[in-house]
Write a protein that binds this ligand. Structure first.
Ligand SMILES: *[C@@H]1O[C@H](CO)[C@@H](O)[C@H](O)[C@H]1NC(C)=O
Ligand SMILES: *[C@@H]1O[C@H](CO)[C@@H](O)[C@H](O)[C@H]1NC(C)=O
Ligand SMILES: *[C@@H]1O[C@H](CO)[C@@H](O)[C@H](O)[C@H]1NC(C)=O
Ligand SMILES: *[C@@H]1O[C@H](CO)[C@@H](O)[C@H](O)[C@H]1NC(C)=O
Ligand SMILES: *[C@@H]1O[C@H](CO)[C@@H](O)[C@H](O)[C@H]1NC(C)=O
Ligand SMILES: *[C@@H]1O[C@H](CO)[C@@H](O)[C@H](O)[C@H]1NC(C)=O
Length: 372
């Protein structure tokens, strides 16, 4: 896969969309209610093997081996939402098959917005909204402010060892146990981070605090190990500089630079898988030449068929053309899928994903747990 270079094939805005959504909603219910066959719980030994080659690189990996004899290491799912979470029905299926001891959920949404029976179809999101959430301006520093609030809150639970930032339009491409094992098997953060030679967003006024050599760009959708989550949550040097100099009117989008640049300043590049685990498809139709005008495509029902999802799941490398770097996605020495999540999914696309059986196995335990 070429970075931001994937052709958005198979787009069709069918007039049948609504009809199809109704049909697929029915299908989804059926899929979620599939008879419970066998639920494979995986054992801790699956992920307790941190490759020694990696362990020796740095002495202070916050690897899961540090937590032996303590509660299960948890994945913290951090949702950054404008208001409600429209794909809650997918997450309900996702979390239903998992052990609550293995994850935690935090939501940053509009201040005052309450996640309860009236606003979400799943109890997993009840009362998970941060009490101290702030008003977020898209493309403004308040966005990274909200990310930091989510990390700060999640860090309060010492069992949280992986921190996954998700948007309201993200869906999982795998079941919980696969994603959990994948994340725990890597002692690194997943942060899409690259140099952009033609980058004009760096403001020379930042120079006393942020050297230009540390300026990075990358996807907002990051997954951090605890050590890096702490770096971001504790940062009181780079964040104020971003607030002052990385603004829309300087053509600077804070969330595409902040974590990447901050971690580079902490010389953490070697502790990263320099890629995102959240797939985005770029709409290049606006202009073939001007990459800056590309914007994320929103998957419709028709875009989320099994073939398309399989193609995304089959991607095992990403090419960064500004650095002539190919990032192979591997776990130890085996190639693994690059992407565990995808965005931006409409409700129709999310229903297609579920009804297509792409992640159906994790839907099976719905019968065990009939409460919403
Ligand atoms: C990664 O490797 C570990 C063992 O080292 C294994 O348990 C796990 O299933 C692997 N994950 C993937 C996604 O292949
Ligand atoms: C991971 O790497 C270690 C050391 O190189 C090796 O002993 C182990 O078998 C590998 N595990 C897998 C699942 O490839
Ligand atoms: C949760 O983690 C424990 C071990 O830490 C494991 O035994 C259990 O199978 C996990 N459950 C799921 C659903 O991943
Ligand atoms: C959900 O929260 C809102 C705002 O606090 C409240 O008005 C509403 O009654 C609540 N609904 C339920 C079912 O508790
Ligand atoms: C792609 O962008 C073009 C031009 O902005 C727009 O007309 C089209 O609807 C977009 N397609 C998708 C699938 O987002
Ligand atoms: C989870 O997904 C993986 C890979 O797709 C599959 O091998 C495994 O059986 C699934 N586990 C459950 C509990 O559905």
């Amino acid at each position: 896969m070429k970075k931001k270079g994937l052709a958005p094939g198979g787009i069709s805005w069918s007039a049948w969309k609504l009809h199809v959504i109704v049909v697929s909603l029915t299908l989804t219910i059926v899929v979620c209610m599939l008879p419970f066959l066998s639920l494979h719980r995986f054992s801790p030994s699956h992920y307790s093997q941190i490759p020694s080659s990696r362990r020796s690189l740095h002495s202070n990996w916050d690897s899961i081996t540090l937590h032996e004899g303590q509660p299960n290491p948890k994945v913290a799912f951090l949702f950054l939402a404008r208001r409600h979470l429209p794909l809650d029905f997918v997450w309900k299926c996702f979390f239903q098959n998992s052990d609550t001891a293995n994850y935690s959920i935090y939501i940053h949404s509009e201040p005052g917005f309450v996640f309860n029976e009236s606003t979400t179809r799943t109890r997993f999101f009840h009362d998970r909204q941060l009490k101290n959430s702030i008003k977020v301006g898209w493309g403004e520093a308040s966005m990274i402010g909200a990310e930091r609030l989510l990390l700060k809150e999640a860090l309060k639970d010492s069992a949280n060892t992986r921190f996954v930032l998700l948007s309201e339009s993200c869906i999982p491409l795998y079941n919980f146990s696969y994603i959990y094992t994948y994340l725990m098997a890597s002692p690194r953060s997943f942060v899409d981070s690259f140099l952009d030679e033609k980058e004009l967003r760096y403001n020379p006024n930042m120079a006393p605090y942020i050297p230009m050599s540390k300026w990075r760009k990358g996807s907002q959708w990051i997954t951090l190990i605890r050590k890096h989550a702490e770096v971001v949550a504790d940062d009181d040097v780079v964040f104020p500089v971003f607030k002052m100099f990385c603004k829309k009117r300087y053509n600077c989008i804070p969330d595409e630079h902040y974590v990447q640049t901050l971690l580079a300043m902490h010389d953490s590049d070697g502790e990263l898988e320099r890629r995102t685990i959240t797939y985005t498809e770029w709409n290049q139709s606006a202009s073939n030449m001007d990459k800056n005008s590309w914007h994320p495509m929103t998957f419709s029902y028709a875009d989320a068929g099994p073939d398309k999802i399989k193609r995304i799941k089959d991607i095992d490398n990403v090419y960064y053309d500004t650095e002539y770097r190919t990032e192979w996605c591997h776990n130890n020495s085996t190639l693994v899928p690059c992407f565990l999540f995808a965005r931006k999914f409409s409700q129709g696309a999310a229903m297609h994903l579920l009804s297509g059986g792409v992640i159906s196995q994790f839907d099976a335990s719905a019968l065990m747990d009939p409460t919403p």
